[in-house]
Write a new protein. Structure first.
Lengths: 376, 333
């Protein structure tokens, strides 16, 4: 990628001290070059015991995760609690330091390794990757006004004068659908959905290229979820953002992402374009996960796959494939050898010994006119 | 009642309000519905719609400064007699025998609803002893049986563990075991799977269905998740800001919704069946704060079919519009 194609926001603040303006300056970014490449990412947390705090074991929260995130696309990391999806996201942002592996972020034609970059260089890079948090109540400081909250990233990175920053906050609040007149108010005056908009405005303040959204709608009421999802899609189109979307709700994931990566106990078991993953999953865990989602249609009550047992303990993972104790298709090989990722269809990667022989059940889209599509 | 068979639980014109210094919150405002014996009633609504307070009112455990202002909650007992729970003393012996005896309760947060300083067994045995004249030994045996019936592996060992030693799914199973230990005829489950993962949720819902089949108990399932309701319920009550806006059987509610709120809610939820990256028809605005409750129909500021001069001044009443079907909306008058 040539330097000329670089979005404005990635340069240090210009001579006029003005932050990058909003608008289409990123919009050209939806080509297929990788913005982020994660290779062999591992994050182990030590378990310490006793007076001397000896390390007696390790929680393998993220265990050899690799994926590529292209410019302008949305990749979702899905999985159940404890599968390591949030830890993966935090490693990418270097909120925690990975144990091993590379997190390569494209910066002006070169790939910088976020995982090992010294702190001094990291600071500049942080402008390009921002986060939207799950809980809009605890992620906003109740003693700061909207102006302070949304303007803080600008202040931290020394962007512009006071007036410039206020102008930028006004612009950001309009962008996320809040009235700029409210910027002297405190978060308690806003509803959950509005607070999440504030969080989004804050994440966008520095014109990032990569936005990591960790469960951004799961704390919201159902009638408000749709508004926020629509807003995220709209912002992506307008600003050419790249999203890494971390979620457990597969219906939400289907609405927002181009590609989906399914995680189970620290590993990615399947990665595929959204439509392909939902229509024809190749990993038994994905199949079970899809089957477990209750459908808002009483006529669709069907025999679902009920997984037995519990999610494996990441401190004491089973040998071979992590999923084998709960997998109804497991064979001897699954208990002994960890499966290697294979490309079973174009862009469809799966880690399962039996992927090519199994025919698994996906979700089928109902016929047009039937079900829930025909009201109003 | 027009029906010959008496419903197990009949709630009529229930009003529960919280009297605070800032003002009065009508948490439940004139709610009426029936729970049929052996069936599942789903109560759906978003936060602040009064679904949990409805459950608390039925069990008479509404926290102060809240209290039941009006209405009746008639429970048909095992012997066919009827008791109005509103008239009973909240902490009196009769109510205490009903709570946990006739009516079992499962809460959302299995972590906080168990005591962390007592074992699962101590809490389970306490419930059994409270409602049955049996020895401690027998109570323990029943407790182990209850744990086994909800699918907890090695119940003889688990009964002496503390709640924090169990995983979320097991804890919720233990919670259900406590609720079922006295063979209730009605189980009130308040968001029983909200804190759980989808695969665990599927396990728990499956368990509830199985237990219902075996014991013939009625379930009142309170949830915000329309998928769970579609999966589980026979009848559905939709609530918004303390009011019942619509009720009917599950198929009618999902395939022929009448109230604009129900319609909009069904359209706005992301579904696993929908096309990827499609824009959702969202409901505008957000749920009003209870102190700023809109005049007239509580939904009118967000309603696309709102009639000016009518919906913003008068409150629509819940009226029957067909067999087993009721809706409170001026569009159907």
């Amino acid at each position: 990628m040539s330097a000329a194609g670089l979005p404005q926001g990635t340069r240090p603040p210009g001579g006029d001290g003005r932050a990058a303006t909003l608008g289409g300056d990123h919009a050209a970014g939806s080509d297929t070059t990788a913005l982020l490449e994660v290779k062999g990412l591992k994050k182990y947390f030590p378990i310490r015991r006793g007076f001397l705090q000896k390390t007696v074991g390790q929680v393998k929260a993220v265990d050899d995760v690799s994926f590529v995130l292209n410019r302008g696309e949305t990749l979702s990391l899905v999985g159940e609690s404890g599968c390591g999806k949030t830890t993966t996201a935090r490693c990418i942002l270097r909120a925690v330091k990975p144990t091993a592996g590379q997190v390569l972020l494209s910066d002006g034609g070169e790939m910088l390794d976020v995982a090992t970059l010294p702190k001094s260089r990291l600071r500049g890079l942080r402008r390009q990757m921002q986060m939207i948090f799950q809980d809009p109540f605890s992620s906003l400081n109740p003693r700061m006004t909207l102006l302070d909250i949304v303007g803080e990233p600008l202040l931290v990175h020394g962007v512009g004068s006071v007036q410039d920053r206020t102008d930028r906050v006004v612009e950001l609040l309009r962008l996320v659908g809040l009235r700029p007149e409210y910027m002297q108010r405190y978060p308690h005056a806003f509803s959950g959905g509005q607070r999440q908009r504030i969080g989004i405005a804050r994440a966008l303040a520095l014109n990032p290229r990569l936005v990591v959204a960790d469960e951004p709608v799961s704390a919201l009421d159902v009638s408000v979820q749709a508004q926020i999802l629509n807003l995220l899609l709209e912002l992506q189109d307008r600003l050419g953002l790249t999203y890494l979307f971390v979620a457990h709700d597969l219906s939400v994931v289907k609405h927002i992402s181009e590609r989906v990566a399914v995680m189970y106990v620290g590993r990615i078991v399947e990665t595929a374009p959204t439509e392909a993953l939902f229509a024809s999953p190749k990993h038994p865990y994905t199949e079970a996960l899809l089957s477990a989602v209750p459908k808002p249609d009483p006529r669709a009550r069907s025999e679902r796959i009920i997984l037995q047992g519990e999610v494996a303990d990441p401190a004491n993972t089973p040998p071979g494939c992590h999923f084998h104790p709960r997998c109804s298709y497991a064979q001897a090989v699954c208990r002994e050898k960890a499966p290697v990722q294979q490309e079973i269809a174009p862009n469809h990667f799966v880690s399962c010994h039996r992927a090519s022989e199994l025919s698994l059940r996906g979700v089928h889209r109902p016929m047009a006119g039937g079900g829930l599509t025909s009201h109003r | 009642m027009p029906n010959a068979t008496k419903p197990l639980l009949s709630v009529r014109n229930l009003r529960t309000s919280f009297f605070q210094d800032e003002g009065t919150t009508k948490a439940v405002d004139d709610a009426s519905f029936d729970v049929a014996a052996g069936k599942t009633l789903g109560i759906v609504g978003e936060s602040g719609c009064g679904k949990s307070v409805t459950a608390q009112s039925i069990l008479r455990i509404v926290d102060r400064p809240g209290r039941i202002v009006n209405g009746e909650i008639v429970l048909t007992r095992a012997d066919g007699s009827q008791t109005d729970l509103v008239k009973l003393e909240a902490s009196g012996p009769e109510m205490r025998s009903i709570r946990g005896g006739d009516i079992g309760l499962v809460f959302q947060e299995p972590m906080t609803s168990f005591s962390p300083v007592h074992t699962i067994g101590a809490q389970l045995i306490e419930a059994v002893l409270l409602h049955n004249a049996v020895s401690r030994k027998e109570a323990r045996r029943r407790g182990i049986e209850a744990l086994r019936s909800v699918g907890i592996p090695k119940p003889e060992r688990r009964i002496d563990e503390y709640s924090f030693e169990l995983s979320g799914g097991l804890r919720q199973r233990a919670m259900i075991a406590v609720a079922l230990s006295c063979d209730p005829r009605l189980l009130i489950a308040d968001e029983p799977t909200t804190a759980l993962d989808v695969t665990t949720q599927a396990q728990i819902l499956d368990l509830l269905r199985k237990l219902q089949r075996e014991r013939g108990m009625a379930i009142m399932l309170i949830t915000h998740n329309l998928g769970v309701v579609a999966e589980m319920a026979d009848d559905v009550v939709v609530m918004y800001l303390g009011r019942v806006v619509e009720q009917g059987n599950v198929d009618d509610i999902f395939h022929d919704p009448k109230h604009p709120y129900t319609k909009a809610l069904l359209q706005s939820i992301p579904s696993i069946d929908s096309a990827p990256r499609s824009k959702l028809p969202a409901i505008s605005g957000s749920i009003p704060h209870p102190f700023n409750r809109p005049k007239g129909c509580p939904f009118h500021p967000r309603c696309i079919s709102s009639i000016a001069g009518r919906c913003d001044t008068d409150e629509p009443l819940l009226k029957p519009i067909g067999a087993g079907r009721q809706v409170s909306c001026f569009l159907y008058e």
